[in-house]
Structure formats: C-alpha cells, structure tokens
Design a protein around this ligand. Structure first.
Ligand code: SR1
Ligand code: MG
Length: 393
C-alpha cells in the first residue's frame, strides 16, 4: 500500500477514475477498463473500475468536500478519507480477514483505493431480504473485540495510545454523530424527518426529561471517553457479508471513543431489522445479538488475559467491571441509534420499506418505545437475552 499527498483536489469522473487506475498501474497494461460510479451512501463518490477481459475489479472511494446526501450547503472535511484509510490499515493489523485490502491512498485527492467486495452483499439489504447470514455475528463479535481491545489503554503503551488518539482526531464527523444521533432527535430540530402520524410519539420523546437526562449522559461519554479506536458508524449498511465471509467497511467516522458505541450500534441495527419482521422471523436476529455479545466477551477476555499491558488487567474483577460497563453503555447507545434511525435525518430501509403504510407507522411507534426504554433501563438490562422482552411487548 502506498500513500501520496498530491497537490490539487478535484472530484473524479468515471473516465478520471479509469485514468487514475491506469496511471497507478493497478491493472495490466493492455486491459480494457470500464467504470461506474456506484455510491449509494450519504457522503462519498464510489467508483468501481473493472477489466472487462479478466473481470478483475477495484474500488476507488473519494470524499467530496460536502455531504452528498444534503448537497454543497453542508461542507464536510476531506480529511475523512485519511481517517478511513488509516482506520482500515489499523484494523487490518488485528483482523485482516474482516476488512477490505487497501491498495493505495492519496490524502489531497481524498481517495482510498481498495478491494472490490461486490461478491458480497450489504448486510442490511441481505437481512431485509430475509437471509440469515449465519456467521455475521460471530465475525462481528471478533471484529469488535480485537479492534477495540488492541487499540485501548488495556493493551497499548500510554505514549503510543496518545499518538493514535492524535492521529484519529475527527471533529467534523464526530459532530455529525453528536448532532444526528445524540441531539437533534430529542429536540424539535429541522434535520428531523418523520411521518405526521408519529407527531404525538415524537412530542412525548421531546417532553421526556428522564429520557433526555440519560441521553445527555450518553452524549457526554461519546464526547469524552477516548477508550479505543471505534469504527464510529457500525450499522448493518457498513458491513458486507454472505454466509461465509464478513467485511466491515466505511470507517470514516473512526475516532477514540467508548467501546460500547460500536457494540451498541450493532445491537441497535439488529433490533431495527428484528422489529421490521413478522414475529415468527425475528429469532435469527435475537440470536445474532446474543452471538455478537458472547463472542465479543470471549475474544475480549482472551485478549485481556493474554495481552493485557495495563498492570490492573491482572486484578480480579476488573475485566468483569469493564465488560459490564461496556454492555450498559451499549444498551443506551443502541436506544439512541433506534430513535435517530426512526425520526432523525438518516433513516434505514429496514423501517422505511415496511408495507403497508399503517404497519410502517405502528412499527416505528414500537421502535420509539423500544429506543426510549433501552435508554432509560440501561442499568436493569444485564444480558442480551433481555432485548427480546422489549421487542415482544
Ligand atoms: C450526513 S451523514 C448521515 C449519516 O450517514 C452516515 O452513514 C452516518 O450514519 C451519519 O449519521
Ligand atoms: Mg458510511
């Protein structure tokens, strides 16, 4: 992998992406390259460049200087491409099997060139289609445990950890999360987006002072708890998968934050998919939540015992304390994720594709209830098997 700082930024076109791939000699000299811009996310351009003879392909991802979902009126730092490249490389040190390979990056052009994963499917889409993705949660549990433990103070030298925190300072992308996940949905803010039929339910959230107090505490943890290098946007749209393989993409929101944030976003997105299903098809999602947590605990504990650098990792009870705090925070963060995906700016297809409309509204009402209860009951939910009780109310 080579990294470059070229001089001028300009957004790529499809022909520009082909020219770049040729200039970097990423394909054989006489290849016939085709390119499509395939980005369907909220922020970036994504070009797939393919050799029509060999069928080999790569992805060129380029950050735009604004949020694509809103337009040029929402400027956004290009530095997120640097963060993404370095987060992918850091994660690959611990779990190369769960991240795309990075071939090249250019900080000034804000591009990351990486492995094409189109043999897999975005896990949100696969789950909506009713696929089970049997190994998804085992892989995600291991991804979470290793990327989070091995970038935390439990495992790394104090000076090195501080240099990593500095490398991953990501204020603009963190601000998006601070606003869209932890603030706007809990106030009458113009970024919110919900159906008029949800008006009363939303008003109830805005009036619920006990709920808002807990959200304030969670937001404070997100703002201040530099525990480990979190992915920062680990929803099911950031995971490619099939029945055998799992790859986590898009870590442009990475920064040093609370471990429970990544775990909670995974729980929250599995729960969103669970409630979008008929009751008889929900079990597989509850199993995914339990497996994610059980594998996380197993792998995190193994790493703690074998590779704990912090002297207090040898003290009885400390691991159990850390795990129970991570779980408690994850429950609260999951609740925030569920609420913001229901009434905030960035929705999820799991809920928005529910038909007919009346059913969609009643499931969104349930989502708001579940989200609020998770936030308010963080301390009483001790085990992932309890999530079921909140869904089946
Ligand atoms: C303006 S960005 C909206 C959302 O898309 C990203 O994937 C993050 O989830 C963010 O909150
Ligand atoms: Mg993304």
């Amino acid at each position: 992998m080579s990294t470059k700082k070229s001089s001028v930024y300009e957004p790529l076109t499809e022909s520009g992406a082909i020219a770049l791939a040729k200039r970097l000699q990423l394909f054989e000299e006489n290849s016939n390259l085709l390119c499509n811009e395939i980005g369907d996310g909220n922020l970036n351009l994504v070009f797939k460049v393919k050799d029509s003879k060999t069928e080999e392909s790569i992805i060129i991802k380029q950050a735009l200087p604004y949020a694509k979902v809103v337009g040029e009126s929402w400027p956004l730092t290009l530095d997120r491409a640097r963060i993404e490249t370095h987060a992918l490389l850091k994660q690959a040190e611990f779990v190369p099997q769960y991240v795309p390979k990075v071939f090249y990056s250019d900080e000034k052009l804000a591009i990351t060139i990486m492995e094409d994963l189109s043999r897999l499917q975005i896990s949100r889409a696969a789950l909506i289609e009713g696929k089970d993705l049997l190994l998804l949660s085992k892989h995600i549990g291991e991804f979470l445990a290793k990327t989070l433990f091995y970038t935390s103070d439990y495992a790394v030298n104090q000076h090195y950890k501080k240099s990593l925190v500095k490398q991953f300072i990501n204020p603009d992308l963190c601000k998006i999360t601070e606003d869209l996940v932890f603030t706007d949905p809990f106030f009458d803010h113009d970024t919110n987006d919900f159906e008029p039929e949800l008006g009363q339910d939303v008003e109830q959230i805005w009036q619920d002072q006990a709920l808002k107090l807990e959200v304030a505490k969670l937001k404070q943890k997100f703002l201040t708890k530099a525990e480990a290098l979190v992915h920062g946007d680990l929803h099911t749209g950031s995971i490619f998968a099939d029945d055998k393989e799992t790859k986590v993409i898009d870590p442009e929101f990475a920064y040093f934050g609370p471990i429970g944030f990544d775990v909670g976003q995974v729980f929250g997105n599995f729960l969103l998919n669970a409630i979008s299903r008929d009751v008889e098809n929900q079990e597989v999602l509850f199993t995914h939540i339990e497996t994610t947590w059980n594998v996380f605990v197993e792998e995190f504990s193994k790493a703690w015992k074998n590779d704990g650098l912090e002297i207090f990792t040898k003290v009885d009870g400390y691991l159990e304390h850390v795990l129970s705090e991570i779980f408690e925070e994850a429950v609260g963060f999951a609740g925030c994720e569920i609420i913001r995906r229901t009434i905030g700016l960035a929705h999820v297809a799991d809920l928005d594709s529910i038909q007919p409309y009346e059913k969609r509204i009643s499931i969104k009402q349930l989502a708001l209830t579940i989200g609020s209860e998770l936030i308010k009951n963080q301390k009483t939910i001790k085990d992932p098997t309890q999530f079921k009780d909140y869904v089946k109310q």
